[in-house]
Design a protein around this ligand. Structure first.
Ligand code: NAP
Length: 554
């Protein structure tokens, strides 16, 4: 008798929706979550300034009309505390918490071929068995810290932004270092610059950033949004990025420079990702078009940062706008106009070590009370590498993926039967408004489970040929885009993770856009899951149906 029919690992946005679908179907399932509560990214990232850069009402779940009707998003881009409240509200409303187990880190999972099930080892000492395993691990859930000497010797407080202390951190009068200038750092810096004593930002490479232009949502506006939810989600479904922002379909070179400037002036003042996603499509593909637009944004930075030398340091030279994931900011550039904020270029004067009192660069020593590592994540595959997953014949997933992942549709892996990854590497989730990709992935995976149930299959697995075809397609999509040149997590780069340093592209996200991805997923499902083999465990007769098999009843 198996413990569960389905075990879901991870109680983030994906895990919450996945358990909802499973519970509704009467499937015996549980969620195992390493953290002390649900919420995933919104449970961890409690740093000041953490908020959506998706419009709040396009980030929430779409599956329940009642939920949509009763929730009032207070801000256009809602902050972490409210986001976590929302996710807890969802869990309570649908009574999902009793299907979740917290402080349960899954250390390993081993496939039992004879019995066709997974055996999991959990950090609390238990061994749990399940027929199917859903990995809802998150794409940015394993924080990555620099590999500086002396990190343990610092006598002040230091933490990664993902581990920002839950009780909050007094900042008034403190000397604070922020290392990194990615999307996270850019949110933190804009938020804390006027709350700390002194702030020193250690920047290795600047990022292109644009204004978030956040605002409150009034009761009237929220009522209007509720009335338009169907329309809003329909728009999200037809756009490549799963947002309301639709690309400007005029040709970049077919309109005049004045018309381009008009569009950019308008987008720069508008909320959200329009500046990236409602721009001309050539921004993503054409070096010259991208360079002209990047120069426009450089001009905006020069206007906003008073000290010309600092402004120049904040303008990226090694990549164009939107080639890496664009951070959206609030008062970020203005922070550098403050007397208590300074910028250290660690590409010129690298950090040598952490000292008892702060940081030493090749130039000098700095003293701090607090060091904040806003240094990003072992992204996309990191959470998968952290579980000792062993498939057919003991194949280790981390080993198979050491040069980059190979998946089928980003949702399944050959050699790892009965594993589903609603937001896996090479899926469409990372490159779209995340929850829109999550609902899609969870629904597809749930439908596959139902198909297996209906047909009495206790085992499914994609073929190696189908996985190779998908991975080649993912790779081909990169070839069309400037982002193939990015030194960021979309190409698997991370200077702090062994093997992920510069020099080798990993094809980790699907860049074909949401509508194309949906089309492919639908086509595979309608074909009876072409590319997936179905079967029964060695010791079970062909007639055994999913619902009558051990451990598979509700
Ligand atoms: P990130 O984009 O990977 O940025 C990490 C930063 O740390 C980079 O500036 C990097 O510099 C720097 N860094 C890393 N190691 C360093 C070292 N040893 N010395 C000096 N600098 C170092 O990570 P992130 O900012 O956490 O963002 C990751 C993703 O999370 C984003 O792209 C986004 O998708 C998501 N996110 C979303 C939101 C939101 O609004 N919803 C907010 C925050 C994050 P290099 O560039 O030189 O490597």
């Amino acid at each position: 008798m198996l413990d569960y029919e389905v075990i879901v690992i991870g109680a983030g946005v994906a895990g919450i929706y996945q358990i909802k679908r499973l519970v509704d179907l009467g499937i015996k399932a549980t969620v195992l979550e390493a953290a002390g509560g649900l919420g995933g990214t919104w449970y961890g990232n409690r740093y000041p300034g953490a908020r959506f850069d998706s419009e709040s009402y396009t980030y929430g779940y779409s599956f329940s009309r009642e939920l949509l009707d009763e929730w009032h998003w207070k801000e256009r881009f809602s902050g972490q505390p409210e986001n976590l409240r929302y996710l807890n509200h969802v869990a309570d409303k649908f009574d999902l918490r009793r299907h979740m187990q917290f402080n349960c880190r899954v250390d390993g999972a081993e496939w039992d071929e004879a019995g066709s099930f997974w055996r999991l080892t959990v950090s609390d000492g238990r061994t749990l068995t399940t027929r199917f395993l859903v990995l809802a691990l998150g794409l940015l859930s394993i924080p990555a810290r620099p590999r500086y000497e002396g990190m343990g010797s610092f006598k002040g407080r230091s933490f990664h932004t993902f581990d920002w202390p839950h009780e909050g951190v007094p900042l008034a009068g403190k000397k604070v270092a922020v290392i990194g200038t990615g999307a996270t750092a850019i949110q933190v810096i804009g938020e804390i610059a006027d709350k700390v004593g002194e702030l020193t930002v250690f920047q290795r490479r600047p990022n292109w950033a644009a204004p978030l232009n956040n605002g409150l949502i009034s009761n009237e506006e929220m009522a209007d949004i509720r009335g338009r939810y169907d329309e809003i989600y329909a728009t999200c479904a037809r756009t490549p990025g799963g947002f309301e922002h639709e690309p400007d379909r005029r040709g970049f070179w077919e309109v005049s420079r004045e018309e381009r400037l008009q569009l950019w002036d308008r987008l720069y003042g508008e909320p959200g990702f329009g500046i990236w996603l409602a721009n001309f499509r050539e921004i993503f593909t054409d070096e010259k078009a991208n360079a002209e637009f990047s120069e426009y944004i450089a001009g905006r930075i020069r206007q906003r940062v008073k000290d010309p030398a600092t402004a120049e340091k904040l303008i990226p030279r090694d990549h164009g706008f939107g080639v890496q994931r664009v951070p959206l900011e609030t008062r970020y550039y203005e922070a550098y106009n403050r007397d208590n904020v300074s910028l250290v270029d660690v590409s010129a004067t690298p950090v040598v070590r952490v000292t008892e009192t702060g940081l030493r660069t090749t130039e000098r020593d700095y003293d701090f009370d607090i060091i904040v590592y806003a240094t990003g994540f072992d992204a996309i595959t990191g959470a998968y590498d952290h579980i000792d997953l062993r498939g057919v014949d003991g194949e280790r997933l981390a080993e198979s993926w050491k040069d980059g992942p190979t998946t089928f549709l980003g949702l399944m892996v050959a050699g790892f039967p009965n594993v589903l990854m609603p937001t896996g590497p090479q899926s469409g989730s990372a490159s779209v408004n995340f929850p829109r990709g999550i609902e899609l992935g969870v629904n597809w995976c749930t439908n596959l489970l139902l198909y297996a149930r209906e047909h009495g299959h206790l085992r499914f697995e994609p073929t190696r040929a189908a996985a190779a075809r998908w991975s080649k397609h993912v790779q081909d999509m990169y070839a069309m885009l400037l982002l193939r040149k990015a030194k960021g997590w979309f190409t698997g780069y991370n200077s702090n993770v062994p093997g992920h340093e510069e020099g080798r592209i990993r094809y980790v996200v699907y860049n074909g856009g949401q509508p194309k991805y949906v089309g492919i997923l639908n086509q595979v499902a309608m074909s009876g899951y072409e590319g997936v083999t179905f079967g029964e465990p060695a010791h079970t007769s062909r007639e055994a149906s999913l619902s009558s098999a051990p451990g598979l009843s509700a």
